[in-house]
Design a binder for this molecule. Sequence first.
Ligand SMILES: C[S@@+](CC[C@H](N)C(=O)[O-])C[C@H]1O[C@@H](n2cnc3c(N)ncnc32)[C@H](O)[C@@H]1O
Length: 246
Amino acid sequence: MASVKEHYDSLLASCYSWMCGGSDLKLKENRAFFRDHGIRPALSAAAVDLGSGAGFQTIPLAEAGFEVTAIDVSSELLAQLKQTAGKLPIRTVQADLLNFTEYSPEKIELIVCMGDTLTHLKVLADVKELIHRVYGALAQGGLLILGFRDMTVELTQLDRFIPVRSDSKRIFTCFLEYEKNHVKVHDIVYEKTDDQWKMKNSYFRKLRISSQWVREHLSKAGFQVEEVDTANGMITIFARKVKQDA
Ligand SMILES: C[S@@+](CC[C@H](N)C(=O)[O-])C[C@H]1O[C@@H](n2cnc3c(N)ncnc32)[C@H](O)[C@@H]1O
């Protein structure tokens, strides 16, 4: 089985933006998401994007006035982010997001871990540890936004074959195998060059994380959960480190 980094290096990074429907679309969606939720700098303006990928959240946040530290293991996706971002105030760091405090400023106002990055962590204990580290790193009044796929309900039989995207040059299919705490995600990509279709494939494990489990651990860590949304199989949670005197 490939590690997350190997999976992105060998297969996913080169077609990630295309697979998501294109960078323009994802940037537009995230600009609207942050605008609709009133996410704008009000404290230190320091923000950290955990698992930033190609910058679908980093770039809208920088455009909104945040100084963003974008952390990801994929050098290819960070290079794409830098190219799209131009002169926006963004610092990219190639590192494991669990170690984000080593690369972050003090008094962080906003930490986001969105677009299903959370399920890429190896075990639930890592998610718990991350929640605690985020709580410690946020300024009083700071906000954490988590966005991850709900894979608690098991797909069966042919429903486990997901046609992700296709066009005249590329076909991306995903096949899922369910385990107790993980889903084995097999990504299969056919690419056409000179009338020949070539297949690339790789698989890795994603965590099955329930909304309730995350909310419980956020509360235990000291967070106040302000909002929980579920749409199109994605769970979004807003959790605040409440000011001591509030
Ligand atoms: C599904 S993508 C989401 C990217 C971006 N947030 C978005 O919405 O498009 C997951 C990203 O997390 C990164 N990633 C996964 N595990 C990581 C880890 N432990 N440390 C740093 N980056 C990680 C991957 O390289 C990938 O770019």
